[in-house]
Design a protein around this ligand. Sequence first.
Ligand code: NAD
Length: 283
Amino acid sequence: SAEVIYGNVLAEELRSEMKQEVQELSKQNVYPKLVVVIIGEDPASMSYVKGKQKASAKVGMDSDLIELPESTSQDELLALIEKLNGDDTVHGILVQLPVPDHIDDQAVIEAIDPKKDVDGFHPSNVGKMLTGQDTFYPCTPYGILVMLKRANIELEGAHVVIVGRSNLVGKPVGQLLLNENATVTHCHSRTKDLRSHTKKADILIVAAGKADLLSGEDVKEGAVVIDVGVNRVDGKLTGDVEFDSAKEVASYITPVPKGVGPMTITMLLHNTIKAAKQIHNVQ
Ligand code: NAD
């Protein structure tokens, strides 16, 4: 039966390292600061941003939450981003997605100064990632990469199969692993015979947002299973992979909750500290 990779435990370790780094930076008068903007009152988004605030505070980092009404216009939002871009005390700007329908999310993403784009969604940062340059990597894919590395899982030459091709998770996680010399297959909702692909994976990353889409029968003996899905079923959080059956076949598996989720926020903190160091030109 598989070894469980607990993202929350690793996240805790990384955050205590970050707390020390934030203290060191304060001696050089650098105080990393994240500003999170949320439009409207979607309960899931609200709980994500609260999590981000709490985690920032725990590592001793400044963070502001700007809550805007659902009726906020795109121009008002872009003006706010412009102001934050020009504010030297702000290092990370994150607009919680999704934004209301009357706002073009791509316009919002592109308005954020790439130097403060701690979500790693700006096309300039996406392009840098694609071409193998150092930049802000999107937090969930980056968290997955760090988890795999910390568990000493061989990436070079590994066949990674990803279920999902969103700009948020599926595409960028494939790119990061390709940069590590893995062989990458992307599956998605139009893929034929999904199991024939997942069965070939040395590392199977599932980010479809469908509860129990896959089970142990879809997993190759000894594979590493990373379950990104977050689904609410009967009031309980569950992943995209049936944990109990997959655990019997896999060599490593991440649970939901306590898996990828805590790593996502941790990489956001990492990116904000990185932004602050780059903006103030300190090590
Ligand atoms: P999305 O809806 O944008 O993308 C889902 C992808 O899965 C699509 O590319 C689609 O083609 C594919 N897909 C859907 N049904 C499929 C099926 N039956 N077979 C094969 N492919 C299928 O979602 P997303 O933003 O990429 O998020 C995916 C999941 O990960 C969601 O459950 C989300 O809540 C979760 N998520 C978790 C974290 C975290 O930190 N833990 C972060 C982001 C997203």
